[in-house]
Design a protein. Structure first.
Length: 301
């Protein structure tokens, strides 16, 4: 009897699945699921860590708003489901306001990942005022302005997370990187202070401090200046840095740490990312500031 009933039961199920009502219900469920998806807003998402983070969040079921100075560079990202590419140059305050406004109009945002930045290498006396101002505007003020624009929104809804890419260069220093280090140390201190302001409002603020990342950062995102008086020091620095890149992480490995910071539910401030960064930072803590600086100086100068 049970065996003879099986075809009729299957026929009934197939008839139900074929009805317009079923497809309407399925569409409703899918739409509801999409509305419940979390969203991350990323700056500097065209390449490297920003792009890897965008791809990881999207792969894990998030909606992604990937911003970059040149949206055409994000064509492959915009082809992904639930990824929106928007223009954003973080050195332009008015564009920050308009892009954030457009992003918020598109729906809820849960995490802001401040990743836009670049390196500036060279002795201070050789740097132009334009180079210094651009570095500060991008690496420091850009992060502050984007964060400032989102705070009222996160405060009103009582939750949200800010994550900023700092660097191991915000915890230790190398020669001939003084302005770059100034921005990264400033971000670490600023984030620590902001945690007091934001945590009581239900808002988390975190830093991800990677060491070397195997990207085209040096050729694409590095500005520099030189002077004959520092040529030997520069040569030694470049030689040591090339060796250090052998221990560097991939963008995908650091993106995993960013995702952890976004999803672990902890009010944890600092995430040192990459085995090279962890080793250097642990060494500084173990030796103390002065002994560590002396040892590092022997390697690079």
């Amino acid at each position: 009897m049970k065996r003879s009933l099986l075809p009729s039961i299957l026929d009934t199920i197939l008839l139900v699945l074929a009805t317009p009502a079923f497809f309407l219900m399925l569409n409703f469920v899918l739409q509801l699921n999409k509305e419940n998806m979390k969203t991350v807003f990323i700056t500097g998402a065209s390449t490297g860590l920003g792009k890897a983070a965008a791809q990881l969040f999207q792969h894990n079921g998030w909606k992604v708003i990937a911003t970059m100075r040149n949206p055409e560079a994000g064509a492959d990202l915009s082809a992904l489901e639930n990824v929106t590419v928007l223009p954003l140059d973080v050195t332009r305050p008015e564009q920050i306001k308009s892009t954030v406004k457009k992003a918020l109009e598109s729906g809820d945002i849960d995490v802001v990942f401040n990743n836009a930045g670049y390196g500036l290498l060279g002795p201070l006396e050789a740097l132009t005022d334009e180079q210094i101002v651009r570095q500060l505007n991008t690496n420091l003020l850009g992060v502050i302005r984007v964060t400032q624009e989102f705070i009222p929104y996160f405060r009103e809804k009582g939750r949200g997370t800010f994550i900023s890419t700092t660097s191991i260069g915000g915890l230790i220093t190398f020669p001939l990187n003084s302005i770059y280090h100034a921005t990264k140390w400033a971000l670490e201190g600023w984030s620590e202070s902001m945690a007091f302001e934001l945590n009581k409002l239900g808002i988390d603020i975190k830093t991800v401090s990677p060491g070397g990342i195997k990207t085209d950062f040096v050729s694409r995102s590095l500005d520099s200046a030189s002077s004959p008086a520092y040529e030997e020091m520069l040569s030694t620095l470049f030689s040591r840095m090339e060796g250090m890149m052998d221990a560097a992480s991939t963008p995908e490995q650091i993106a995993e740490v960013v995702y952890e910071a976004a999803t672990d539910g902890k009010q944890k401030l600092r995430y040192v990312a990459g085995e090279d960064a962890k080793a250097l930072y642990a060494q500084r803590l173990e030796l103390g500031d002065e002994a560590f600086r002396e040892q590092l100086g022997k390697q690079f100068i």
